[in-house]
Design a protein around this ligand. Structure first.
Ligand code: ATP
Ligand code: MG
Length: 387
C-alpha cells in the first residue's frame, strides 16, 4: 500500500500527480510481475511473496511516495490469520507488541475488541513476546474485509517529494564532485526531470574522470528515467582562456563560458532552468560577487539546490543516495586542473568584459555546442575496471 502524503494537499492537480506517480511506478517496476490499483488516497500494488523484496526496494527510489506499507493478504480463516501473525511477529527483533483489529466486514462474527484479545493471547502463548498497549515495539494491524484479511506492521518511509516529471526539465551541470550529484537528486525530488552536461578537456582531463561522471549519471538515473548526458568538448576554449586571461580571472571566465554553453544546450533541448552544485562561499567562484558576475551571461533561471547547505550536510545526502563513494574517486576535472593560485574573490564585471574582448570566444562556443556527444544509455560503458 502506497501513501501519497504531500500530494494529497495539491487539490486541483491531484489527479495529474497521481497519474504521473502511477506511470513512474510502472516504469520503475517494468519487468516485475505486479498489478496496480488506485483510489484518491492510496495506491495498491499487488505482487507475490518471492518478488516482494525487489518491489519494496524499487519503490523506495520513487519520488512522490511518502509511505510504503507491506500488507499480507490471507483468507479470512482464523488459522491463516494466526499463522501469518506469528510469522510477522517472529521475523523481527521485537520484544513487545499490540494487536489492532479493524472489522470492515461486519458479517465476520467476532468483534474487533474480542479479536484483539483472541489474537493477543494466541501470540503470547506461541512467542516469547509481551503485550504493551501503550508503547509497543510492533503494532500488528489486522483488517478484516470481505475479500480477505490484511495484516501489516510498521510503515516504511518513502523518499517523499513530487513525482519526477511533474515540473518539466532542467539541465544539471554535473562535474564529478560531491555537490552536483546531490543538487541533481534534490531537483528530482521536487519533480524536475533532468539531463546532465559535463565539460571535458582531454587530454588535460582523463577518460577516468569522464567515466566517473557517467557512473554518477547512472546512479542518478536509478531515481529517474532516461537521463541524457551531454559531454561538451571544452579543450579548445579552455586553452584559449589559459592563453588570453590573467591568472586570477581564469575561473571566473571559464565559468561564464560554461554557463553560456549550458544555456544554449538547454534552449535546444527544451530545458527550462539550469541546475548546479554551487554552494555559497565554498570556493572563490561561489562568493555572492562571483555568482553575480558569472550569472550575468544568462537570463535563464539558475537553481542551486545546495546553495545554503554546509559541506557536511551535502556529504550526508551524498552518502544516503549512493553517490559519495564515486564522487571522491581522485580524478581531476577541468576546474581543478587549471586552478590558479589566487583566484579572484570579488571579480569586477567591467574587467571581465574587457578580458572577454581579447579573444573570439563566440566561435569556440558554437563549435563546442555543435560537437556535443550525447549519451543516453549507460549500461554499455564498462566502469567496473576502474571503480
Ligand atoms: P562539485 O562538488 O559538484 O564538483 P565544487 O564544489 O567542486 O562542486 P566547482 O568546481 O566550483 O565546485 O563547480 C561548481 C559547480 O559547477 C559544480 O557543482 C557543477 O554544477 C558545475 N561544474 C563545475 N565543473 C564542471 C564540469 N567540468 N562539467 C559540468 N559542470 C561543472
Ligand atoms: Mg568540482
Amino acid at each position: 500500500m502506497i501513501k501519497y502524503g504531500e500530494l494529497t494537499t495539491k487539490k486541483a492537480n491531484r489527479n495529474v500527480f497521481i497519474r504521473l506517480l502511477q506511470e513512474n511506478i510502472e516504469r520503475m517496476l517494468e519487468g516485475t510481475p505486479v498489478s496496480i490499483q488506485k483510489d484518491r488516497v492510496r495506491m495498491y500494488i499487488h505482487c507475490e511473496e518471492p518478488v516482494l523484496e525487489e518491489v519494496v526496494s524499487k519503490l523506495k527510489k520513487v519520488f512522490g511516495i511518502h509511505g510504503i506499507v507491506v500488507c499480507h493478504k490471507v483468507n479470512t480463516i482464523i488459522e491463516e490469520i494466526e499463522e501469518k501473525s506469528l510469522e510477522l511477529l517472529k521475523k523481527d527483533m521485537y520484544k513487545t507488541f499490540k494487536v489492532e483489529t479493524k472489522r470492515a466486514d461486519k458479517t465476520f462474527p467476532i468483534s474487533s475488541m474480542e479479536f484483539n484479545q483472541k489474537m493477543g493471547s494466541f501470540l503470547l502463548k506461541n512467542t516469547d513476546k509481551k503485550v504493551d498497549v501503550h508503547n509497543p515495539d510492533i503494532l500488528l494491524h489486522i483488517e478484516i474485509r470481505r475479500e480477505g484479511t490484511y495484516l501489516y506492521t510498521n510503515e516504511i518511509r518513502g523518499l517523499g517529494g513530487y513525482p519526477v516529471g511533474i515540473q518539466g526539465k532542467g539541465l544539471l551541470m554535473l562535474s564529478g564532485g560531491i555537490d552536483s550529484p546531490v543538487a541533481g537528486y534534490l531537483a528530482l525530488k521536487r519533480g524536475v526531470s533532468i539531463d546532465c552536461v559535463y565539460f571535458e578537456s582531454p587530454p588535460h582531463t582523463s577518460i577516468e574522470a569522464k567515466n566517473k561522471v557517467i557512473a554518477l549519471t547512472r546512479i542518478l538515473n536509478t531515481y529517474s528515467f532516461h537521463i541524457r548526458l551531454f559531454i561538451v568538448p571544452f579543450t579548445e576554449l579552455q586553452e584559449a582562456i589559459y592563453k588570453y586571461v590573467p591568472d586570477s580571472y581564469i575561473i571566473t571566465i571559464m565559468r561564464r563560458m560554461m554557463y553560456r554553453i549550458t544555456e544554449q544546450l538547454a534552449r535546444k533541448n527544451n530545458e527550462k532552468v539550469i541546475l548546479n552544485g554551487e554552494s555559497i562561499g565554498q570556493v572563490a567562484s561561489q562568493t555572492l560577487t562571483s555568482m553575480q558576475v558569472i550569472n550575468e551571461v544568462t537570463h535563464m533561471p539558475v537553481i542551486r539546490p545546495v546553495a545554503c547547505m554546509d559541506k557536511l550536510e551535502i556529504i550526508s545526502i551524498a552518502n544516503k543516495i549512493g553517490t559519495y563513494e564515486t564522487s571522491i574517486l581522485p580524478f581531476e576535472d577541468c576546474c581543478t586542473i587549471f586552478l590558479p593560485k589566487h583566484p579572484v574573490i570579488h571579480p569586477d564585471i567591467k574587467k571581465v568584459k574587457q578580458i572577454e574582448e581579447n579573444f573570439k570566444f563566440e566561435s569556440l562556443i558554437e563549435k563546442a555546442v555543435e560537437n556535443v556527444e550525447v549519451l543516453k544509455s549507460f549500461t554499455n560503458v564498462d566502469l567496473e575496471n576502474y571503480l
